[in-house]
Design a protein around this ligand. Structure first.
Ligand SMILES: [Zn+2]
Ligand SMILES: [Zn+2]
Ligand SMILES: [Zn+2]
Ligand SMILES: [Zn+2]
Length: 234
């Protein structure tokens, strides 16, 4: 149901669910054309990574990340598109090891730094986790579903696909689309019903993110909810 949310392939414009997109992307001929157009002699390895809310599976991203990017680069990207509200701590959990922004000791075990390159910690088929804010935590699950070597691109991280904005109806009237979420009770409300909601100024805008309605999250300034296509239709 909820995890059946669709998104657009940024190369050909077709819509799929997350698992459908994972299958589609290796055979998308527009993506293939995009990969080949650069003609750069320098080569790089790239990981294809699927990211989704661990509990809010309707929010998902498919990314292509250069293998020399660091976990800190991925953390920064996830904060910018989905997570950042007030500078909370975050960590990756890979193979039982925590990677922190500032490594700290926990239960007598040293955690590691995020300043390590993906190629030294990731492999195809691996599943790992990201946690943002150790109080009201937003948990993400990441899966490495492919690796390829090809022309080196300028960007360390490219968004291949992202779920379309989730459309839900107002909990109060059940008729109009919800625009805000109440942080106190989790109710989603339309612009009409929010005026009469009793919790006052506990309302946050409904955003295309698994952190929607948590803490002071208000959406991303850098990444609009709907992304443009990378390639033009021929
Ligand atoms: Zn496609
Ligand atoms: Zn916060
Ligand atoms: Zn309403
Ligand atoms: Zn409320």
């Amino acid at each position: 149901m909820a995890d059946r949310s669709k998104g657009m392939c940024r190369f050909c414009g077709k819509e799929y669910t997350k698992s459908g997109m994972v299958k589609h992307i290796s055979s998308c001929k527009y993506r293939q054309a995009w990969l080949e157009q650069k003609g750069n002699e320098k080569q790089s390895g790239y990981f294809s990574i699927a990211v989704g809310g661990t509990y809010c599976k309707e929010y998902w991203l498919l990314l292509e990340v250069r293998e020399d990017a660091t976990l800190a680069d991925v953390d920064e990207f996830l904060r910018e598109i989905w997570l950042e509200c007030c500078g909370h701590l975050s960590a990756f959990l890979i193979d039982g090891v925590y990677y922190d922004v500032e490594p700290m000791e926990s239960w007598g075990r040293l955690r590691k730094t995020m300043n390590c390159r993906l190629r030294s910690v990731l492999d195809v088929g691996m599943r790992f986790a990201h946690e943002y804010d150790f109080g009201s935590t937003t948990e993400l699950t990441l899966t490495v579903f492919d690796y390829r070597v090809g022309d080196r691109h300028k960007d360390k991280i490219v968004i291949i696909a992202r779920n379309n904005p989730i459309r839900v109806l107002c909990d109060e009237c059940g008729k109009r689309p919800a625009a805000v979420v109440c942080i106190a009770d989790g109710e989603v409300l339309c612009e009409h019903c929010m005026e009469e909601h009793e919790c006052g100024d506990m309302l946050a805008s409904l955003t295309n993110s698994p952190r929607s309605g948590v803490c002071g999250y208000e959406g991303s300034e850098k990444y609009p909810d709907v992304l443009e296509r990378i390639t033009e239709q021929k």
